[in-house]
Design a protein around this ligand. Structure first.
Ligand code: NDP
Length: 286
């Protein structure tokens, strides 16, 4: 079997076109969704992520602003800024780019963002609501993965989903979202014994590890759906996933590539969350 490729870039383009139309309608009602991104320090990867977010926002007509702070910013200064953004009625979504310099506690920052403006979906209130299946902001990467599965009408209910990786931003929440969709979920991590045996039982296999090509074809059951979240930079500068794509695609039924897979979906879901925040704060239904 050769897998069908789930192209996250193409799906993102479709979703952004839909969002553009929605934003135009909101603008007619006098509402321009606005995302404020806060970047602390000079991390080159963070700078490039932030640029990508601004560009994608502009494509959909969402307005955005970037607040750049020096690497020596204190935690108190950043929390004060977030409070001001919480109160600013023209700001609908607040995103503080992670990681932060070590003098700033990430959990303090995340907890200070008002839950109604938490477009990253990292606030404990958002996470709690996700767990209980209430309507909330979903963290963007897991939200993107679920959207990719649904775009291909891939059945989730009753399927065995194996998640490799248990980070708070990817592994744990994607497992929860799949559980909410009635999958049977197994989490694996660096202490898991018999990883290959467990993975090769998965109907839906999610790799979110951060190790290039760690998941070889032996980890993939014939006909499995394989979602590769990993982004790893090779010595030649190119990007690759956690999955050995060339060999795994010969066994999988569906597979996501890297690049043009989960990555573009993550930013697209941030825009979806920004529109949701704008509508919620302005009490516009739908
Ligand atoms: P973390 O480093 O926070 O988590 C990695 C997870 O992988 C941990 O739970 C770790 O286990 C587990 N792990 C590490 N080594 C092994 C191993 N040998 N066998 C089994 N499990 C292992 O990473 P993130 O979750 O933040 O990101 C994962 C990958 O996804 C990275 O490549 C990152 O760049 C990428 N990413 C991509 C995004 C996208 O938009 N496509 C968005 C966010 C991340 P333990 O908990 O025991 O340490």
């Amino acid at each position: 079997m050769t897998a069908e490729i789930i192209n996250g870039k193409e799906l993102s383009t479709e979703l952004k076109l839909e969002m553009k139309e929605e934003v135009e309608k909101l603008k007619e009602l006098g509402l321009t969704p606005h995302l404020t991104v806060v970047l602390v320090g000079e991390n080159p990867a963070s700078k490039s992520y932030v640029k990508g977010k601004e560009k994608a926002a502009a494509e959909t007509g969402i307005s955005s602003s970037l607040i750049e702070l020096s690497a020596s910013t204190s935690e108190a200064e950043l929390l004060q800024l977030i409070q001001e953004l919480n109160e600013d009625k023209t700001v609908h979504g607040i995103l503080v780019q992670l990681p932060l310099p070590e003098q700033i506690r990430e959990e303090k920052v995340i907890e200070t963002i008002h839950p109604n403006k938490d477009v990253d979906g990292f606030h404990p209130i958002s996470i709690g609501k996700m767990m209980t299946g209430e309507d909330t902001f979903l963290p963007c990467t897991p939200y993107g993965i679920i959207t990719m599965l649904k775009s291909k009408d891939i059945e989730i209910e009753g399927k065995h989903a194996v998640i490799i990786g248990r980070s708070n931003i990817v592994g744990k929440p994607i497992g929860q979202l799949l559980l909410n969709e009635n999958a049977t979920v197994t989490y694996c991590h660096s202490r898991t014994k018999n990883l290959q045996e467990i993975a090769s039982n998965a109907d839906i296999l999610i790799a979110a590890i951060g190790r290039a090509h760690a998941i070889t074809a032996e980890y993939v059951k014939e006909g499995a759906v394989v979602i590769d979240v990993g982004i790893n930079r090779l010595e030649n500068g190119s990007l690759t996933g956690d999955v050995d794509f060339e060999n795994a695609k010969e066994k999988a039924s569906y597979i996501t590539p890297v690049p043009r897979g989960v990555g573009p979906m993550t930013i697209t879901m941030l825009l979806k969350n920004t529109i949701k925040a704008a509508k919620g704060l302005s009490k516009i239904e739908g």
